[in-house]
Design a protein around this ligand. Structure first.
Ligand code: OAD
Length: 247
C-alpha cells in the first residue's frame, strides 16, 4: 500500500492525533455495521422499534432481548488489526485520543487509553426511570431487570435516537478539536448528527483530516486525504509506513 510522503510526514510530526471512529472499525471483528446494504443492522431491523426511548417504553422485553443478543455477539469477538494499530500509535505519538460512536468497548480492549464514547457503552446499564447506574452484579433475572433503587426498568447504557449525547463526552470531544494536529475519520457513514459534525469542525479548526473507508461518504469532500479501504488493512499499513523502524 502506497501513501503520500507528505501524509507520512504529517503523522510523524503530529503531537496529538485524534481518531473518530464508527461501526466500520469493528466490522472486521465480526460486528455488523448499521447501514451497509445486506449486512447492516438497520437493513434487517427498524431503529424506531429498538433504539429509541419510545420503543423501550412500548416493548421493553423486545428491546432488552435485542441488546442481549448484541452483547452475546460482542462478547464472542475481540479487537482487530484496525483497533490495534490505533492503540499502537500511543507508543509513537505524544497523545492519541479515540472519539468513538461504537458502544462495544473494543478500543479499550485493544489498549487505547483515552477513549471518548459518544454513544455510551453497551456493557453499562442504567435505570430508565431514576437514571441510576446499575452494575452487572446487581442485575435481577427479570427481563428487563428491575432497578434496585426505584424498582424501575433497567436499560442498556447506550444513546438512543432522540436522546442527547452524554454532555461530558461531547465537551471532551470539542476540547480535542482544539489541540489535535490530525483528525482521522474511520469507518463511519457520517450520517448521524451531532457526531458527524466533528470532522467538519476539525477541518474548520485547521486540522488535517484523513478519511479511511471502503466507500464514499460526505466526508470525502472535507478530508485532505482519502484512503479507500478497510480499517484493519489501511491503519496497520499506514502506521508501519509512517514509523517503519518502530511500528
Ligand atoms: P454505519 O453503519 O452508518 O456506517 C458504517 C461505515 O463503515 C460505512 O461508511 C461503511 O462503508 C464503513 N465500513 C464498512 N466496513 C468497513 C471496514 N472494514 N473498514 C472501514 N470502514 C468500513 O455506522 P456508523 O457511522 O458508526 O447510533 O453509525 C453511526 C451511528 O448510527 C451509530 O453509532 C448508531 C447508528 O444508528 C446509535 O445507535 C445512536
Amino acid at each position: 500500500m502506497d501513501f503520500a510522503p507528505d501524509l507520512l510526514d504529517i503523522l510523524r510530526n503530529a503531537r496529538h492525533i485524534a481518531t473518530f471512529t464508527g461501526a466500520g472499525v469493528s466490522a472486521e471483528s465480526g460486528i455488523p455495521t448499521f447501514r451497509d446494504a445486506q449486512t447492516g443492522l438497520w437493513a434487517k431491523y427498524r431503529a424506531e422499534d429498538l433504539a429509541t426511548p419510545e420503543a423501550f417504553r412500548r416493548d421493553p422485553v423486545t428491546v432488552w432481548d435485542w441488546y442481549a443478543w448484541r452483547r452475546d455477539l460482542m462478547r464472542a469477538v475481540g479487537p482487530n488489526p484496525g483497533h490495534l494499530a490505533i492503540a499502537a500509535m500511543e507508543r509513537l505519538v505524544q497523545r492519541v485520543t479515540v472519539i468513538t460512536q461504537n458502544v462495544d468497548g473494543l478500543h479499550m480492549q485493544a489498549g487505547s487509553s483515552e477513549v471518548i464514547e459518544l454513544h455510551g457503552n453497551i456493557w453499562h446499564n442504567l435505570c430508565a426511570d431514576c437514571s441510576a447506574s446499575v452494575p452487572e452484579s446487581e442485575l435481577t433475572a427479570d427481563i428487563p431487570p428491575v432497578c434496585p433503587h426505584c424498582q424501575g426498568k433497567v436499560r442498556p447504557g447506550v444513546v438512543w435516537f432522540g436522546e442527547a449525547l452524554p454532555a461530558q463526552a461531547w465537551t471532551r470531544a470539542a476540547e480535542v478539536l482544539e489541540t489535535a494536529d490530525v483528525f482521522f475519520c474511520i469507518g463511519t457513514s457520517s450520517l448521524v448528527e451531532p457526531a458527524a459534525s466533528l470532522p467538519r469542525d476539525a477541518r474548520a479548526c485547521g486540522r488535517t483530516v484523513i478519511q479511511i473507508n471502503p466507500e464514499v461518504t460526505s466526508h470525502d469532500e472535507i478530508a485532505q486525504y482519502v484512503l479507500r479501504g478497510k480499517a484493519g488493512e489501511v491503519m496497520p499499513a499506514l502506521v508501519k509506513a509512517a514509523w517503519p523502524q518502530v511500528a
